[in-house]
Design a binder for this molecule. Structure first.
Ligand SMILES: [Zn+2]
Ligand SMILES: [Zn+2]
Length: 253
C-alpha cells in the first residue's frame, strides 16, 4: 500500500491569504500546506480521502488519472469544497463512488444538488454513486475498511483503518471502544492543530497522548495550522517515531 499526503494543512491552508506570520512567509516547501487529503493506493485500486478546495491541484501534482472512489471524513468545506473537480474523472470513468456517513451524503446533496440530482441534469455535470458508511467494516476494492467514530466538537467524524494503516483527522474526542479498533496498527495518521488548546481539534499534546494510547510503530501528524510552527523546528521536538506530515510525502506499507 502506498499513501500520498495530498494536503496536510488546516482549513485555511498555509500560507493563509494575506498573512505575514513567519510560518506563512517560510520558503521551506514543507511549510506550505494544502487542505488535508490523502491518496491511498494498493493493487490496482486508488482511493482519495476527502475532496477539499485544493483537490484539482492535488490530482494534477500526483498525476492521478483514475480514482475508484472518494471517502469522506465529514462535511466541512475544507474536506468537500473541491467536488466539482471530479468532472475529469467522471468523463473518463462514469459515475464516481462516494463513501460517507448518511448525514454527510445528505448535506453534500444539498450543497452540490446539481451533481446529486438525477433529473434534468445540465450537460457535463458529473454524477456519483452514494455508499452510506455506518460504524461497521465495509469493503473498498478487495480490502475491508474499519471506520473509527469520533467527535469534532459536537460533530460526528469518521476516521478509517485500512489494515496496518489508519487515518484520523478533525478529531477531538474518541471513545475507548473506538480507540480499541486501532490496536496493532503500524502507521497512524492523526490531526494536531497547534500547541494551544482548541475546541474541536486535538492540539499537539492531545495528539501525542493519543499516539501513546494507540502505540503504532510510526505516527504522522496532519491538519496543521501555521501556529504550530516551522516544520523543521517542530519535528526536532517530537518523539522519535512521530513525524510531522508534509504535502507530497509518500509512505509505503
Ligand atoms: Zn478540517
Ligand atoms: Zn472539520
Amino acid at each position: 500500500m502506498k499513501v500520498t499526503f495530498l494536503g496536510t494543512g488546516t482549513s485555511q491552508g498555509i500560507p493563509v491569504i494575506g498573512s505575514d506570520h513567519p510560518v506563512c512567509l517560510s520558503t521551506n516547501p514543507k511549510d506550505k500546506r494544502l487542505r488535508v487529503s490523502v491518496l491511498i493506493e494498493w493493487d490496482d485500486f486508488t482511493y482519495v480521502i476527502d475532496c477539499g478546495p485544493d483537490f484539482r491541484q492535488q490530482m494534477l501534482k500526483t498525476n492521478c488519472s483514475k480514482i475508484d472512489g472518494i471517502i469522506f471524513t465529514h462535511e466541512h468545506a475544507d474536506h468537500t469544497a473541491g467536488l466539482d473537480d471530479i468532472r475529469p474523472f467522471y468523463f473518463r470513468q462514469g459515475d464516481i463512488p462516494f463513501y460517507a456517513h448518511e448525514r454527510v451524503l445528505s448535506e453534500l446533496s444539498k450543497r452540490f444538488n446539481y451533481i446529486f440530482t438525477t433529473k434534468d441534469k445540465y450537460p457535463g455535470v458529473p454524477s456519483v454513486i452514494q455508499h452510506e458508511i455506518k460504524n461497521e467494516s465495509f469493503l473498498l476494492g478487495n480490502l475491508p475498511v474499519m471506520p473509527i467514530n469520533g467527535y469534532h466538537y459536537k460533530l460526528q467524524v469518521f476516521g478509517f483503518r485500512f489494515g496496518d494503516f489508519a487515518y484520523l483527522t478533525d478529531m477531538k474526542t474518541i471513545a475507548d471502544e473506538e480507540v480499541d479498533k486501532l490496536k496493532g496498527v503500524k502507521v497512524l495518521v492523526v490531526n494536531a492543530l497547534r500547541e494551544k488548546e482548541h475546541m474541536s481539534h486535538f492540539n499537539l499534546e492531545e495528539a501525542l497522548d493519543f499516539i501513546d494510547k494507540v502505540k503504532p510503530e510510526t505516527a504522522y501528524l496532519t491538519h496543521i495550522s501555521h501556529y504550530l510552527g516551522f516544520h523543521d523546528v517542530v519535528q526536532q521536538s517530537l518523539p522519535e517515531n512521530v513525524f510531522l506530515a508534509y504535502d507530497n510525502l509518500q509512505i509505503e506499507l
